[in-house]
Design a protein around this ligand. Structure first.
Ligand code: AMP
Ligand code: GLY
Length: 426
């Protein structure tokens, strides 16, 4: 099978790694890919949101399966275009991608299908926003409707400041068109959990639950980032919580899509809040694997990833034996000095060669490139994902940080407490 993978982050490096382990995959092309995926297949420099260019590549390389990593090409309709040419694609079409592409659509969808979520109002004018905020108490949650690369949700303690943020969003000054419609909602409390589920439109199966670490510093301090680490599975997400998530969130999502005539083959990412009574609420949908969640969920997936995706495209996920999770993975993200603010690039990265052949420590590239002398150098905010694999969480944490200690680049920083709360739980 000739596979084309779209995207260029550490998530896509992890997806490429998982695909390459399958005996079904005879050739792997990644567009545009990164220095990590270059070790697993052929990178082709191409913007994955350029749909005609993707179609040309598919026919030039005689691709059998297209796998879409990030959300932007899905929202642009890359899957519909490939399916229109009879090519199997893992990733929803434009309509399904609205679950991530429009928060107003996704909140209304949750409401229509009685999926538990924070009560909300949808506003397009500041007067409506003021009413919606005054109905609520602090902290106020203001969200842009459109795609904002993780920067569209604001949790604000002060009413005046919340109104000001809403005004900035509505005017287009803050996030352009993405902020022209807003969601104002109640603030939920509890513990956050990510459940990535795979669906063929008829069946839905959850991968191992995971947890992201969004803040830049230890103990969840400092500004939000694209994710500083993750682990999977999550010890407190027991069978009864997972069963509730299946019944209250995943299955109603699938039947909702079916009722609304939205075909869906791909990932449903459920961003959840679990309250003190262990009840789940859905904060958001995404329509692709999470980053950094994929870097831990794929290494603990005992099945054949390529075979799973093909079964999805052929709408026969129910015929696949769903494997039990045996291992635990912990991902520590190494970031450039200054990230998530400004940072310099081009610093040589030491220690990657020493970790190249390890089975228990995986290093996925994100902001890395190769300089003219063939050295790996930093080329982004989040540079590497260092993943430790072991039988339990403590072992996986030790493995991940032992890998981190072997890597160095100038300005490198990372969180030293990934998964520590979960270890305390155990
Ligand atoms: P979103 O853009 O919807 O993914 O939100 C980003 C992050 O903001 C989430 O992962 C949560 O940590 C937080 N968040 C969003 N909505 C809420 C809410 N209603 N209550 C509490 N936290 C929230
Ligand atoms: N980990 C959050 C995301 O992928 O959106």
């Amino acid at each position: 099978m000739k596979v084309l993978l779209l995207g260029n982050g550490a998530r896509e490096h992890a997806m490429a790694w998982a695909l390459k382990r399958s005996p079904l995959v005879t050739s792997l092309t990644i567009a545009p890919g990164n220095s990590g995926t270059a070790m697993l297949g052929e990178n082709v420099p191409l913007d994955p949101t350029n749909v005609p260019a993707v179609l040309d590549l598919v026919s030039e390389k005689k691709i059998d399966l297209v796998v879409v990593g990030p959300e932007a090409p899905l929202v642009m309709g890359v899957s519909d275009a490939c399916r229109g040419k009879g090519i199997a694609v893992f990733g929803p079409g434009k309509k399904g991608a609205l679950l991530e592409g429009s928060k107003a659509f996704s909140k209304n969808f949750m409401k229509r299908h009685s999926i538990p979520t924070a009560p909300f109002d949808i506003c397009t004018e500041i007067g409506e926003v003021e009413k919606a905020l005054k109905k609520r108490t602090a902290p106020y949650v203001v969200k842009a409707d459109g795609l904002a690369a993780g920067k569209g949700a604001f949790i604000i303690d002060d009413l005046k400041e919340a109104l000001f943020t809403a005004e900035e969003l509505l005017s287009g000054r803050k996030l352009g068109k993405a902020g022209e419609t807003l969601v104002i909602e109640d603030c939920l409390s509890g513990m956050e959990l990510t459940v990535l589920a795979i669906t063929d439109g008829r069946n839905i199966k959850a991968l191992s639950p995971s947890q992201d670490h969004k803040r830049v510093f230890d103990e969840d301090r400092g500004p939000n980032t694209g994710g500083m680490g993750a682990y999977s599975p999550v010890p407190w997400a027991d069978q009864s919580i997972m069963e509730d998530i299946r019944k209250m969130i995943l299955e109603p999502t699938l039947s909702g899509l079916q009722e609304e005539g939205i075909p869906y083959c791909g990932v449903i990412y459920a961003g959840l809040m679990i309250d003190e009574k262990k009840r789940p609420s859905l904060i958001e949908y995404n329509v692709r694997l999470g980053d950094p969640e994929a870097q831990v969920v794929l290494p603990v997936f005992e099945g054949d990833f390529a075979e799973t995706l093909v079964a999805c495209c052929e709408r026969r996920l129910d015929q696949l034996a769903w494997p039990k999770t045996e291992k635990t993975a912990v991902d520590v993200v190494l970031a450039s000095g200054g990230y998530p603010g400004n940072y310099e690039k081009g610093f040589p990265i030491k220690g990657l060669e020493e970790l190249a052949d390890r089975e228990d420590i995986l290093v996925f590239h994100a902001g890395v490139s190769m300089d003219s002398q063939g050295r790996f150098v930093t080329d982004g905010g989040r540079v590497l994902s260092v993943v430790g694999l072991a039988q339990d969480l403590k072992g996986a944490v030790e493995k991940a940080y032992s890998g981190v200690k072997q890597i160095f680049f100038e300005g490198m920083h990372y969180r030293s407490d990934i998964a520590s709360k979960a270890i305390d739980f155990q």
